[in-house]
Ligand binder design. Structure first.
Ligand code: HEC
Ligand code: HEC
Length: 371
């Protein structure tokens, strides 16, 4: 059930026109477009931060696996220790086939298939490598590059002191902490309920959601929500819930649209959470409804006004949990809620010894990885 929204054709056409003047030479401008494929995971430029992948500033000449503050996989660190330094040749090999070059790299990216894409993206990345930009003839200055005289390194951490805040001390038993400020509560209180409570003001159409999805979500979830590799599938699966291996998606399984909005606003794109505007989230939610055939008009606009009029197909199959009234549970009587174990408590084992706690440092399974 693939769909090709009309605007997809225009997007492709637009790219072709823009990249025509690059002939055979590496073209940083065209490379900037190729970099969109990397941007879900990597940042470059002023103020860039690590995302799912490391910052790619000053990449040329850098030993693999050494960007400060990024948690690399062991194979990437080992490759650096074995002498792998990123230059035009090693990068071209890596980008053509990341997993082929470094077994076990946690970069979940299949690679760039076209040589000119690789050359162009390298030309683009070179413009963010200090000292190298001048010596690489093909590299063009990106429009927003900092002028040379201000290229002095700016301190990464702001030295401004935080303004003194009037905070109320806690009156709790231990006298620890302080009362949360109204602004903090507002920032944390972002849940959205099925009846629409908590929805911010805003709006967005299917057609507006599509390019945002292509740029920020499709690397993982596929152009049509079909999921790439083992990343979650976001569309389809209708009529599979009774099967042995049901495909549970927003369209086939989720009961409420509010969960889609809340989840995307709170947690996506993975690795860059809370970076979307409310209007972007409305547009993406509208696009996800479209991919799931729940709305069919590309001009459909979702907003806080009409949000609750949209019902997901499986809502009716979610019922209140009334298990306690079933015979099996009813005959057990009231569950014990206090003093359930007679006599004093005896400790029989420690969690660390029975090995339910991860070891921490150096342990592969302590999280942080995305595979
Ligand atoms: C789905 C996320 C993802 C995408 C897409 C992606 N990368 Fe990565 N990349 C990573 C991760 C994660 C690592 C760290 C790998 C490791 O530690 O094994 C990485 C590592 C790298 C490195 C090594 C950096 C270093 O400091 O040693 C380079 C170079 C790189 N990526 C370039 C690219 C380029 C260029 C693209 C786009 C053409 C791209 N990546 C697309 C996630 C991604
Ligand atoms: C780098 C990969 C990546 C990118 C980019 C990404 N996601 Fe996700 N997405 C994930 C992963 C991983 C999960 C599952 C997280 C979990 O279960 O803890 C997920 C889960 C979801 C889910 C819930 C799916 C389900 O059935 O549980 C939705 C909805 C979603 N993403 C939407 C988006 C949208 C919209 C974007 C773009 C703004 C986006 N994602 C970008 C990796 C990604």
């Amino acid at each position: 059930m693939l769909k090709f929204p009309k605007s997809a054709a225009f997007a492709v056409l637009g790219l072709t026109l823009l990249s025509t003047p690059s002939w055979a030479e590496a073209d940083a401008g065209a490379g900037e477009k190729v970099f969109k494929k990397c941007a879900a995971c990597h940042a470059v430029g002023d103020g860039a931060k690590h995302k799912i992948g490391p910052v790619l500033n000053d990449l040329i000449g850098r030993t693999a696996g050494t960007a400060e503050g990024f948690k690399y996989s062991n194979p990437m660190i080992a490759a650096g220790e074995a002498g792998l330094v990123w230059d035009q040749t090693t990068l071209a090999e890596y980008l053509a086939n990341p997993k082929g070059m470094i077994k076990g790299t946690k970069m979940a990216f299949a690679g760039l298939k076209k040589d000119d894409e690789i050359e162009n993206v390298l030309a683009y990345l070179t413009t963010f490598s200090q000292g190298e930009a001048a010596s690489a003839p093909a590299a063009q200055e990106p429009a927003d590059a900092a002028p040379v005289e201000t290229a002095e390194t700016t301190p990464a951490v702001s030295t401004e002191t935080a303004p003194a805040m009037a905070v109320e001390a806690s009156t709790g038993a231990f006298g620890l902490g302080r009362v949360a400020m109204p602004e903090e509560i507002a920032a944390w209180n972002i849940d959205i309920r099925p009846d629409g409570m908590g929805l911010p003001e805003g709006k967005g159409t299917v057609a507006e959601g599509e390019p945002i999805f292509t740029e920020k979500c499709a690397v993982c979830h596929g152009d049509f929500g079909e999921g790439t590799g083992r990343w979650p599938v976001l569309a389809g699966g209708q009529d599979t819930l009774q099967r042995e291996r049901p495909e549970k998606t927003i369209g086939s399984y989720w009961p409420y649209l509010s969960t889609v909005f809340d989840y995307v606003r709170r947690a996506m794109p993975f690795g860059d959470a809370r970076s979307l505007s409310d209007d972007d989230v409305y547009a993406l939610t509208a696009y996800l409804l479209y991919l799931n055939d729940i709305v069919t008009d590309e001009d459909f606009e979702l907003s806080n006004e009409n949000f609750t009029s949209i019902r997901l197909p499986n809502e009716g199959n979610f019922i209140p949990d009334d298990r306690l009234s079933e015979p099996h549970y009813a005959k057990r009587g009231e569950p014990c809620m206090s003093e359930c174990k007679p006599g004093p408590v005896k400790i029989t084992a420690r969690a660390q010894i029975i090995d339910v706690t991860p070891d921490g440092e150096g342990d592969e399974n302590t999280g942080g990885g995305i595979d």
